[in-house]
Design a protein around this ligand. Sequence first.
Ligand code: GRF
Length: 231
Amino acid sequence: MAQRAPVKLGVLISGTGSNLQAIIDAAGRGELRAEIRVVISNRAGAQGLERARRHAIPARVIEHRRFPSREDFDRALAEALAEHRVELVVCAGFMRLLSPVMLAAFPDRIMNIHPALLPAFPGVHAQQAALEHGVRFTGCTVFFVREGVDDGPIIVQAVVPVLPGDDEERLSERIRAQEHRIYPWAIQLFGEGRLAIEGRTVRIADFPLGDESLALVNPRSPHSPRLSRPH
Ligand code: GRF
């Protein structure tokens, strides 16, 4: 079978860009067959822009404030992404809601990552919301962007335990480590043509099952094994 060409990415950022870095690194290690064609930030000072430049990736700033409406900003974004022949748009800490203009320009080809197990705790401060709710597990979710807030078909999730003594920072750090694993993986699945959206469900061809298919208990009971097998 002929190998597919690397998937052409446009990464949208607003800040630190640690997920962008994880994507760059995964591609560098050969775990992700992708070419980042452009990084676009809506904020001039975003640290992620420096990361892009360090790796000789075209980096652009398109400030949302310069546009009279969300739709006008999105049109400029879509044009820039098209100029760079982007196939998949990857939101990585991009703090703007996309309008139908962008969704129509890249139908089912925009991904985002959220620091919670959606549909729990959508929106901002998801880690703090999880702490306040007292959940034993939270995590992160990669999904296809739809019109609602953090409400698209789910591609990959990672489960992260909440531990005694956690504050927002410690929990966020534990979640971020998993974000950096699952975002490149979700993009790779897309690049391999293995994702099919049916309604709000994503079907994955050759679904790989591993130890992750086992149930997790937190806190662990002394009477049960660390992982319990599904019946
Ligand atoms: C991550 O926590 C991600 O889940 C959320 O924004 C944050 C981005 O972090 N959407 P970074 O800019 O990739 O470091």
